[in-house]
Design a protein around this ligand. Structure first.
Ligand code: MG
Length: 128
């Protein structure tokens, strides 16, 4: 049985295949749409309209998925790689998650800063 995420991406793939408007909008167009939808998320928060927030977060997901799948079609990257990259970053910056360990706010911030510093140094070495 397919999970909701798999069914969601099936619909996105059909949207790309059957809806000519999607191809016309293109990956760049969806990336621009993403900014608009995020603005709508922020507006819903500002208005304290949680029902609208729920809808707008769904819109962000929908637009994000189209941008990823259209990039995938162009051979730029795979959606799976985007998700893997986000998971790797999350696990790197929050190593206590994989360990199933609760930390205090201060510990989380210290770890975050240390990891960010290491990432910055690693980038500086690569860019030399
Ligand atoms: Mg919207």
């Amino acid at each position: 049985m397919k999970n909701q995420f798999e069914r969601f991406f099936e619909i996105i793939n059909k949207s790309i295949e059957y809806d000519p408007w999607v191809k016309d909008t293109g990956m760049e167009g969806y990336c621009n749409e993403l900014k608009k939808e995020i603005d709508e998320v922020l507006e819903a928060i500002k208005k304290k309209d949680m029902k609208n927030l729920e809808e707008e977060l769904g819109d962000v997901l929908y637009v994000w998925a189209h941008a990823c799948k259209l990039a995938e079609q162009k051979g730029i990257f795979k959606t799976e790689e985007v998700i893997n990259g986000a998971m790797e970053k999350l696990n790197r910056r929050k190593p206590y998650l994989e360990q199933g360990k609760k930390v205090t706010r201060e510990e989380a911030l210290t770890i975050w800063k240390e990891v960010k510093q290491k990432e910055k140094m690693a980038k500086a070495v690569v860019n030399k």
